[in-house]
Design a protein around this ligand. Structure first.
Ligand code: HEC
Length: 160
């Protein structure tokens, strides 16, 4: 065989090998920071409020699931974090499980007053965990305006 073609084949094989070694690693290395997950959590917390107010119970239930996924990611990627002594999954379960269950109940019952009450309980628990972890300067509250101008919060009549 022509030696040049052989060399080219070897080179191509090498490039494919290098490419296959590097591509998956680049993906596996990305880890969302706890602050990033919390910023997402804060956005979901706002959306949850406007979904409940609009009695869009499907959207409210969806935001609850997204919040839960965020908490699971927080515990998974940051089982321990900075100066915090307790394990994150324990803290998250301790502060979030009860108010989240209260919200799920209000959403299932399509109960706006129950929803508002449970929402405030959740918000208080978010802040309690911030205080417990020495991040008490991060205070969340009921949102006082809706920054998501491109999302409709009223139920979609076309949605079963
Ligand atoms: C484990 C206890 C814990 C719970 C529960 C918790 N947080 Fe946090 N939160 C943290 C910690 C720790 C940080 C700081 C993370 C960092 O950047 O190091 C934080 C940061 C934040 C920030 C600041 C992020 C930024 O980029 O400005 C916001 C906003 C926030 N949390 C919202 C919430 C909301 C809303 C809830 C409830 C739905 C919640 N958090 C529940 C521990 C918690």
């Amino acid at each position: 065989m022509n030696p040049t073609i052989n060399t080219l084949k070897m080179l191509a094989g090498g490039i494919i090998l290098i490419a296959s070694t590097f591509t998956p690693t680049a993906h596996a290395e990305y880890t969302p920071g706890l602050g990033e997950i919390m910023a997402q959590t804060a956005a979901r917390h706002i959306k949850l409020w406007y979904a409940g107010l609009a009695e869009n119970w499907q959207l409210a239930a969806y935001e609850i699931d997204e919040l839960k996924e965020g908490f699971a990611d927080a515990g998974h990627y940051h089982p321990s974090h900075k100066q915090i002594k307790q394990k994150l999954p324990e803290l998250l379960a301790g502060y979030m499980d009860a108010p989240m269950a209260q919200l799920v109940l209000a959403i299932d019952q399509r109960n706006v007053d129950g929803f508002k009450k449970a929402y405030d309980t959740l918000t208080t628990a978010c802040n309690a965990c911030h205080i417990a972890t020495e991040f008490g300067f991060n205070q969340v509250q009921r949102p006082n305006f809706n920054p998501f101008a491109n999302q409709a919060f009223v139920p979609n009549p076309g949605q079963k």
